[in-house]
Design a protein around this ligand. Structure first.
Ligand code: ADP
Ligand code: MG
Length: 480
C-alpha cells in the first residue's frame, strides 16, 4: 500500500490532472473520453496534513453528475494512484448565465456530493470572469474562433455561411445549417466559432453548444429523474442550438423523438439550429426519416479535405501562435505530406517541435522526413491514386495505362480492382474520383470491385499474399 507522506505529488494542478488523464485514457472509449474527460480543467491542488485535494472544474453540474455516476470509481482509483491513498477530488462548475441557470439547475438536481457518498465536499463555484461559459452549458474552446479558422477553397462555403449565421442567428435561410465532413477537418472548430461569436458579440442572448452524446445523456438523465420539464425548458428557450456529431443519435429512438420536438419548436420560433455530422444526412443510418428530412431543410455544406495552400496557411498560423521557428521548407514539407486531416497536420508540427527541443537541433527537411515517416507509415493516408496505380502495376507487371483502360482481360481486371481497393483505403479520395481515374467507371462499379477483392482476400490465399505484398510496398514507399 502506498503511503501518502512518501508519495511524490505532482507540482501543479494541471500536472496532476494530466497524470490522471493519462491513466484514464486507456480505460475509456475515445469518443467518451473526449466528451466527458477532455473538457475538464484542473482548478487547484491543495496539499494538507490529510493528503492532497484536487479540484476539477467541470463544464456543468449535469456533466458532474453524469461523470460521477458513470466514472466515479474510475476517478477515485486514478486519483489515488496519482495523489496517493489519501488523495481526494472535488468538483466545481463553470458559471452559467442566470437566465439559463434557472432552467439548468433543476435538471441537474442531485448534487455530486451525494452521489459520491459525501466523501468530498462540492463547491459549486460561480465566477463572473468565466465569460466562455456564458449561456453555453457545455465548454467552448476559446481558440475555436473565426479569426483562427483558415479559409480556403475547401471550406469557403461553410465558413461564410457560418459567419453569416453567427452575425444574424435565425435570420438567414441557413436554418438548420448542417455541416458535414470527415474527422479532423474543422467541423467542431467552425460550429464552436459560431457560438463564440454569438457570445462575444452578443448577437443573441442564449446559445447552447452540445455534442449529440451529451444531449442524449442529458435527456436520459432527465427522464429517469423526472426532470423533463426543466430539460424542455432549457432546450426550447434557446436562440441558438448547436449540436455536434449528430450521427451519434443513430439508433436512439427516444432521444430522436425528443430532439425532433426541440427542433420543431426552435425552428418554428425562428431560432437558429446548427448541426454537424461526419457524413451527409441521407447517409446516416438509424435516424428517422422525419429528422433526416428536417436536417436538409436549410443549408447543407460539406467540409472538404484542405488543399495544399490551406494546409500551409494553417501550419503557418499554428507555428506562429506557438512561437515555433521552423523553416518554410519544413512547413511546406509537412503541408505536402500530411494530406487529409487538419488535426494530424497540427500533430505533425507538435511532434517536430518536441523532437527538435529534445535533441536541441533545428528541424530540417531530412529530419522532418524521418519524423513524418513514423507518423504516416502507420496511418492510412498520403498516397495519390496515380502512385497507387503505379505500385500495383509494377508489382503485377501490367502497365498503368492498361489498368486505366477499359480492357476486360482477367489479369488486367484483377490489377485494376486491387488498385481501386488500395485507392479507397489510402488515397482519401471519394469513390467517384477513383472510378474516374480507372477508365471513367462509376461509383457502384468501384464499390463492386472493392468488395470482390475483399472477398477474394478471405478465400484465396494467393490473392491475400499478393495484396499483402503490395500493401507492404505502399507502406515502405510512404516511410521512405
Ligand atoms: P472535426 O470536428 O471536423 O473532427 P475539429 O474541428 O476538431 O475537426 O478540427 C481538428 C483540429 O484542426 C482543431 O484543432 C482545429 O482547430 C483545426 N482546424 C481544422 N480546420 C481548420 C482551419 N480551417 N483553420 C484552422 N484550424 C483548423
Ligand atoms: Mg468534431
Amino acid at each position: 500500500m502506498k503511503d501518502s507522506s512518501t508519495h511524490s505529488l505532482p507540482a501543479s494542478p494541471d500536472l496532476a490532472w494530466a497524470r490522471c488523464l493519462h491513466e484514464i485514457r486507456p480505460e475509456v472509449e475515445t469518443q467518451r473520453f473526449k466528451t466527458w474527460f477532455e473538457p475538464i480543467k484542473a482548478e487547484s491542488l491543495e496539499v494538507g496534513q490529510n493528503g492532497a485535494w484536487l479540484t476539477l472544474r467541470l463544464p456543468s453540474r449535469f456533466h458532474g453528475d453524469w461523470l460521477v455516476t458513470q466514472y466515479g470509481r474510475l476517478l477515485e482509483r486514478v486519483v489515488s494512484v496519482v495523489l496517493g491513498d489519501s488523495g481526494r477530488v472535488t468538483y466545481t462548475y463553470e458559471a452559467i448565465q442566470p437566465r439559463i441557470e434557472s432552467s439548468v439547475a433543476p435538471v441537474t438536481a442531485p448534487s455530486v456530493d451525494r452521489l459520491i457518498g459525501g466523501r468530498e465536499a462540492v463547491k459549486a463555484h460561480v465566477s463572473s470572469e468565466r465569460r466562455r461559459a456564458v449561456a453555453t452549458g457545455a465548454s467552448l474552446h476559446p481558440k475555436y474562433t473565426f479569426e483562427r479558422f483558415v479559409v480556403g477553397d475547401c471550406n469557403r462555403l461553410c465558413a461564410s455561411a457560418a459567419r453569416a449565421i453567427a452575425e444574424n442567428p435565425g435570420a438567414t435561410s441557413f436554418n438548420p445549417f448542417f455541416v458535414y465532413g470527415g474527422v479532423g477537418l474543422g467541423k467542431t472548430h467552425l460550429i464552436q466559432a459560431v457560438a463564440n461569436h454569438v457570445v462575444d458579440e452578443k448577437t443573441a442572448s442564449s446559445v447552447h453548444y452540445v455534442s449529440s452524446e451529451q444531449f442524449t445523456a442529458s435527456f436520459v438523465w432527465s427522464v429517469r429523474n423526472n426532470k423533463m420539464g426543466a430539460f424542455s425548458n432549457l432546450y426550447r428557450n434557446l436562440d441558438v442550438l448547436i449540436v455536434d456529431d449528430v450521427q451519434f443519435l443513430s439508433g436512439k429512438r427516444k432521444t430522436q423523438d425528443e430532439f425532433f420536438h426541440v427542433f420543431n419548436s426552435l425552428h418554428q420560433a425562428g431560432k437558429q439550429i446548427v448541426l454537424s455530422a461526419d457524413r451527409p444526412p441521407t447517409e446516416i443510418d438509424g435516424i428517422d426519416e422525419y429528422l433526416i428530412s428536417r436536417f436538409q431543410w436549410g443549408m447543407l455544406a460539406d467540409m472538404q479535405m484542405p488543399d495544399a495552400k490551406t494546409r500551409m496557411a494553417i501550419l503557418e498560423q499554428s507555428a506562429k501562435e506557438q512561437g515555433i521557428d521552423m523553416s518554410v521548407d519544413v512547413l511546406r514539407f509537412i503541408a505536402d505530406n500530411v494530406k487529409n486531416n487538419v488535426r494530424q497536420l497540427e500533430g505533425a508540427l507538435t511532434k517536430m517541435l518536441a523532437v527538435a527541443q529534445l535533441n536541441a537541433v533545428p528541424v530540417d527537411v531530412p529530419l522532418a522526413q524521418r519524423i513524418l515517416s513514423d507518423m504516416l507509415g502507420s496511418s492510412k493516408q498520403g498516397h495519390s491514386i496515380d502512385f497507387i496505380a503505379d505500385v500495383v502495376s509494377a508489382h503485377i507487371g501490367i502497365p498503368t495505362t492498361e489498368l486505366r483502360d477499359r480492357s476486360r482481360r482477367r489479369p488486367i481486371v484483377f490489377g485494376r480492382h486491387v488498385a481501386m481497393y488500395f485507392a479507397k483505403q489510402l488515397s482519401g479520395k471519394p469513390l467517384t474520383s477513383i472510378g474516374r481515374f480507372f477508365g471513367g467507371r462509376d461509383h457502384s462499379t468501384v464499390l463492386h470491385a472493392i468488395s470482390s477483392i475483399e472477398q477474394q482476400i478471405e478465400y484465396d490465399r494467393e490473392v491475400r499474399q499478393t495484396v499483402d505484398a503490395i500493401r507492404r510496398k505502399l507502406q515502405t514507399a510512404s516511410a521512405g
